[in-house]
Ligand binder design. Structure first.
Ligand code: FMN
Length: 167
């Protein structure tokens, strides 16, 4: 059987479609530079280590967010609640002017009102990875809403859990 990877014939679209079968939550990464608060929708978030407390996000080289996080040296992961699909679209470049008063100050960074959880981290390592950069963060603050149901993302669609203790 031919080794498709070795021949480097992986079609980026096929890879994206395949990875899209992995259901995830949705986050908005927020940070601040002298120009102000900035947010960006990111599904490529993972917890990395509990002791020491480390997380990682994968950010596209072309995004405005990459330079802003590099300037700030820190970022907040805002894990979206089920009712925050409009926020996910807004912070993915589909501006929605009906969303107002989005940010609240927490732990020295702008964070999203209504998020299910917030994790604030200082960047401790950056890994250039093709057209993305992995930003490893050392966690310094946490907040979460016990009752919040999560927003999910699968195969290009948003959704929620069929059943959730919060109803
Ligand atoms: C559900 C969803 C998940 C996304 N996940 C990522 C991601 O993990 N990494 C990334 O670089 N872009 C991701 N994007 C795309 C960015 O949100 C989008 O390119 C954004 O407009 C970049 O913002 P900026 O250039 O203003 O910083 C995602 C978009 C959506 C809708």
């Amino acid at each position: 059987m031919p080794d498709i990877a070795a021949m480097d014939t992986i079609d980026p679209r096929a890879l994206r479609d395949c990875c899209g079968k992995f259901a995830t939550g949705v986050t908005v990464i927020t940070t601040r530079t002298p120009e102000g608060a900035h947010g960006m929708t990111v599904s490529a978030f993972m917890s990395v280590s509990l002791d020491p407390p480390l997380i990682s996000i994968s950010v596209n080289n072309q995004s405005k967010m990459l330079g802003k996080i590099r300037d700030a040296g820190c970022y907040a992961v805002n894990i979206l609640s089920r009712d925050m699909e409009p926020h996910a679209l807004h912070f993915a470049g589909r501006r929605d002017d009906s969303l107002t008063n989005l940010f609240q100050e927490r732990h020295g960074l702008p964070t999203l009102r209504g998020a299910a959880a917030i994790i604030v981290a200082d960047v401790v390592h950056q890994v250039e990875a093709g057209d993305h950069v992995l930003l490893l963060g050392h966690v310094r603050n946490l907040d979460h809403d016990h009752a919040a149901a999560p927003l999910l993302y699968h195969a290009g669609q948003f959704g929620g859990l069929a059943a959730h203790p919060a109803g």
